[in-house]
Design a protein around this ligand. Structure first.
Ligand code: UDX
Length: 434
C-alpha cells in the first residue's frame, strides 16, 4: 500500500519504519528541518533501540512535504498533541496537518489519527476539514525505549471510524500482524471508543502507579515492606505484574499530559472523574514528599549526588521527569545538585549545572546519594566504592531498585519508598510499643 506518515516523532517514525519494513511504500513528512536532515543522513533522532539499524536499511523516504499525497491509500497522522490551556490537549498541530492534507489527499483515502486526541476529534475532522476522506482513530500504545518492539509486536491494534475504512486498515496491518507471529488482535470500534481507549489505558496505568505509591507510603507508616506486598499482588493476573514499582512518582511525555487531558475532557462534559483527579494529585504529592525526605536528611546548603535525570530508565527523555523536577526543587532550595544519568548528556536545566561523568563523580562529597531513575546500572553500583567518596551516609532510593541490605553493608543509612532497611522494622516495633 502507498502510505504517508505525517510527523517523525516516536509514534510516526516507529510506525513508518515498521510499515516500510513489512513491505508498504512509505513517505514520511517531517516539518522540522533539523530532524529531517538527520533522518535523511539516516541518523536516529530518538535514541531508540533498533532505530538506527532500521533507518540504514529502510526504503521509507523522508520529505518536507509529500508531492504525491494523492497516491496515498493510508495517511498516518502522528503529530504532537501537547498540553494546552487548563490541561486540555492542544490540537493545533493536528488541525494544521489535516487542513493541509484535506485538499491533497484523494477522496476516500483513509486518514488514521495515531496521535492521542480527545474523544470526538475524529468525528469533528470527519464532518469538517476531512469530509472527503475517511477518518479513523488508530491510537498507539508504545513505550519509550521500546518504540520498535511495541510497534512490531503490539499487544493490540485499535482502530475505529466509518465502516468503509475498515478494509484499508485491515490490509495495512495484515503484514505486520503476520510478521508478529502471534495473534495480535485488531479491535474495530467507533472512533470515539478508540480515542477513549487510549486515554483509558494511560489513565489506568497512571492511577495504578499512584495507588502503588500510596501502598508504599502506607507500608512505611505501618512498618511493612512494599516489595513483599506488591510482589504478592503481582501474582494476581487480575492485577497484572507491570507498573507495580513504587517511587517518587510517574512522569514522561504521556502520563502527565494524558491524565490531565482526560480529566479536562471529563470536566468539559460535566463529569467529575474523581479517581483520576486523585491520582494526579497523589503524583504531585509523592514528588513533594520525596523531596522533603531528602531535605530532612541533608543540610540546607548540602550537596546531593543525584543518580538519574531521565523520566524512566532506557530513555534520555527528561520531559515531565520526576527526577528533573526533584533536582529543581532541591537546587531551588539551596542545595547543590551533582547529577549523573547514563543517557542524558547535557543538563536540561541551568539550576543543575554541569552533569557528572559517572555515578561516583556525581556522589563525590555528597551529603546524600539520591536514586531518581530506575537505571539497572544504579542497582548494580559498587556501593562501598560510592560510600568512600560521599560525605554523608544516607542513600535515598526513589525507585526501589537498591537492595537495602547491600546499602547498609556498604555503610549507608537506607531510606526508600515503602522499602525498609532491616533496622527500620525494629525501630517501628519500638515506636509502636511506646
Ligand atoms: C506510557 C505507556 O506505558 C505507553 O503504553 C503509552 O503509549 C505512552 O505512555 P512511557 O511514557 O514510555 O509509556 O512510560 P512508562 O514505561 O509507562 O513509564 C511512565 C512513568 O511511570 C515513568 O516515569 C516510570 O518511571 C514510571 N513507572 C513505571 C513507575 O514509577 N513504576 C513502574 O512500575 C513503571
Amino acid at each position: 500500500m502507498r502510505v504517508t506518515v505525517i510527523g517523525a516523532g516516536y509514534v510516526g517514525l516507529a510506525s513508518a519504519l515498521a510499515a516500510a519494513d513489512v513491505g508498504h511504500d512509505v513517505v514520511v513528512v517531517e516539518r522540522d528541518p533539523d530532524r529531517l536532515a538527520r533522518l535523511r543522513r539516516r541518523e536516529d533522532p530518538l535514541g531508540e533501540p533498533g532505530v538506527a539499524a532500521l533507518l540504514r536499511r529502510t526504503r521509507a523516504r523522508f520529505e518536507a512535504s509529500d508531492a504525491e499525497l494523492d497516491r496515498a491509500d493510508v495517511i498516518l497522522v502522528a503529530v504532537g498533541t501537547p498540553m494546552g490551556v487548563d490541561g486540555r490537549a492542544d490540537l493545533s498541530q493536528i488541525d494544521e496537518a489535516c487542513r493541509s492534507l484535506a485538499h491533497e489527499a484523494r477522496p476516500g483515502a483513509v486518514v488514521a489519527i495515531r496521535s492521542t486526541v480527545p474523544v470526538g476529534t475524529c468525528d469533528r475532522l470527519q464532518t469538517g476539514a476531512l469530509r472527503r476522506q475517511r477518518v479513523v482513530s488508530n491510537p498507539e500504545f508504545l513505550r519509550e525505549g521500546h518504540a520498535l518492539e511495541d510497534t512490531f509486536a503490539p499487544t493490540r491494534i485499535i482502530a475505529g471510524g466509518p465502516p468503509a475504512a475498515r478494509v484499508a486498515i485491515e490490509r495495512f496491518y495484515a503484514p505486520l500482524r503476520a510478521r508478529a507471529g502471534r495473534g495480535v488482535p485488531l479491535l474495530w470500534m467507533s472512533s470515539r471508543s478508540a480515542e477513549l481507549a487510549k486515554y483509558a489505558a494511560n489513565g489506568f496505568l497512571a492511577t495504578k502507579l499512584s495507588f502503588v505509591n500510596e501502598i508504599a507510603n502506607l507500608a512505611d507508616v505501618v512498618g511493612a515492606d512494599a516489595r513483599a506486598v506488591l510482589g504478592s499482588m503481582a501474582l494476581d493476573p487480575r492485577i497484572g505484574a507491570g507498573h507495580l514499582r513504587p517511587g517518587l512518582g510517574w512522569g514522561g511525555s504521556c502520563f502527565p499530559k494524558d491524565t490531565r487531558a482526560l480529566a479536562a475532557l471529563a470536566a468539559g462534559e460535566g463529569y467529575d472523574f474523581v479517581v483520576l483527579k486523585a491520582a494526579i494529585e497523589q503524583n504531585a504529592r509523592q514528588l513533594e514528599e520525596f523531596a522533603r525526605i531528602v531535605e530532612r536528611e541533608t543540610p540546607a546548603d548540602g550537596t546531593i549526588g543525584l543518580l538519574g535525570l531521565a523520566f524512566k530508565a532506557g530513555s534520555a527523555d527528561t520531559r515531565e521527569s520526576p527526577a528533573l523536577a526533584l533536582a529543581r526543587i532541591l537546587a531551588n532550595g539551596g542545595r547543590r545538585v551533582q547529577a549523573y544519568d547514563p543517557a542524558v548528556r547535557d543538563a536540561p536545566d541551568a539550576a543543575i549545572g554541569q552533569l557528572a561523568a559517572d555515578a561516583v563523580a556525581a556522589c563525590r562529597d555528597a551529603d546524600a546519594v539520591v536514586v531518581a531513575t530506575e537505571w539497572p546500572e544504579f542497582a548494580a553500583l559498587d556501593l562501598a566504592a560510592l560510600r568512600r567518596v560521599t560525605r554523608g551516609d544516607v542513600l535515598v532510593d526513589g525507585r526501589a531498585i537498591i537492595d537495602p541490605a547491600r546499602a547498609v553493608a556498604a555503610g549507608f543509612r537506607y531510606r526508600g519508598v515503602g522499602v525498609q532497611a532491616d533496622g527500620d522494622l525494629a525501630r517501628f516495633a519500638l515506636r509502636a510499643a511506646s
